[in-house]
Design a protein. Structure first.
Length: 277
């Protein structure tokens, strides 16, 4: 692990949520929260995360030679295991407490973190459900999606299909041209409202449930869209029998050593928040 010992702000203070905000999240399956991190906090962590992504990026083809998934973003996961500084970010109590309160659970574990950097000219991210990738027995999962740089109106946030999380599993399709077409048609046929939060400031964040259908626009600008994500699960979640190759890969990479029916509690899945009392 990179022992970056630079002084970085603690991220343990509370971010207060209103009853209206938790209610909206549970109704829609997504929410935007402003200034989850302050500008000074983001400016301290952004260079550390960006340097790690640059170092660990494994794309070896130009953008125009990649498939749809490869054009969507530079993707680097479990950054917290490679840097003491990023460990402080990923395991931050502030973020985890928000996740627990939105889901209405006593405590949460980390599933994994993931940098998603969309390059200038990068392609769209097709419609998908995150949770088809996760071999978990619970619907109590949530992803925090936080830009580390200003996100302009022409890029915007992800686009969410409001209320789609209540339908649970919809399709086995992984992120692809097929998922974008098939799930897009499903959303239109069901008349499901779509929401994009538009421009976002560094340190703003969206939170969305594991079954919420979502996609993201491409990046027509000349600037890298730098986003850090953290995925949380209820602390009593259990692993399930793999139902696909992506499940088998996830058991190996994100839940190493966990057997179906056992707690999803490998060394890579520490408890990051638990309500006191």
């Amino acid at each position: 692990m990179n022992n970056d010992n630079r002084e970085l702000p603690e991220l343990n203070s509370d971010y207060p949520l209103s009853d209206k905000q938790t209610s909206l999240y549970r109704q829609d399956g997504h929410i935007r929260l402003k200034q989850v991190m302050s500008p000074s906090e983001v400016s301290a962590y952004e260079p550390v995360i960006s340097e790690a992504v640059r170092r660990l990026n494994n794309h070896d083809k130009p953008l125009n030679q990649r498939d749809t998934y490869g054009k969507a973003f530079i993707q680097v996961g479990n950054l917290w295991t490679k840097s003491e500084a990023i460990r402080r970010f990923t395991l931050a109590r502030r973020f985890a407490k928000i996740a627990a309160e939105l889901m209405g659970v006593q405590g949460v574990r980390l599933y994994h973190d993931q940098a998603l950097f969309k390059e200038p000219g990068g392609g769209h991210t097709p419609w998908h459900q995150d949770q088809i990738y996760w071999p978990l027995d619970t619907d109590k999962t949530v992803t925090m999606w936080m830009p580390l740089v200003p996100i302009s109106e022409e890029i915007g946030s992800m686009t969410f299909a409001s209320g789609s999380h209540t339908k649970g599993y919809v399709s086995k399709l992984v992120i692809s041209d097929e998922s974008h077409s098939t799930l897009g048609q499903y959303i239109e046929a069901k008349g499901i409202p779509q929401v994009n939060y538009g421009a976002m400031a560094p340190g703003d964040a969206t939170f969305h449930a594991g079954w919420t259908l979502h996609c993201a626009p491409g990046n027509p600008t000349e600037h890298m869209r730098k986003v850090m994500t953290i995925i949380y699960m209820a602390d009593d979640a259990k692993a399930i029998e793999p139902q696909s190759n992506v499940h088998r890969n996830a058991l190996e990479l994100s839940l190493p050593g966990c057997k179906p029916g056992e707690p999803a509690a490998s060394p890579l899945n520490p408890i990051v928040y638990r309500q006191e009392g």
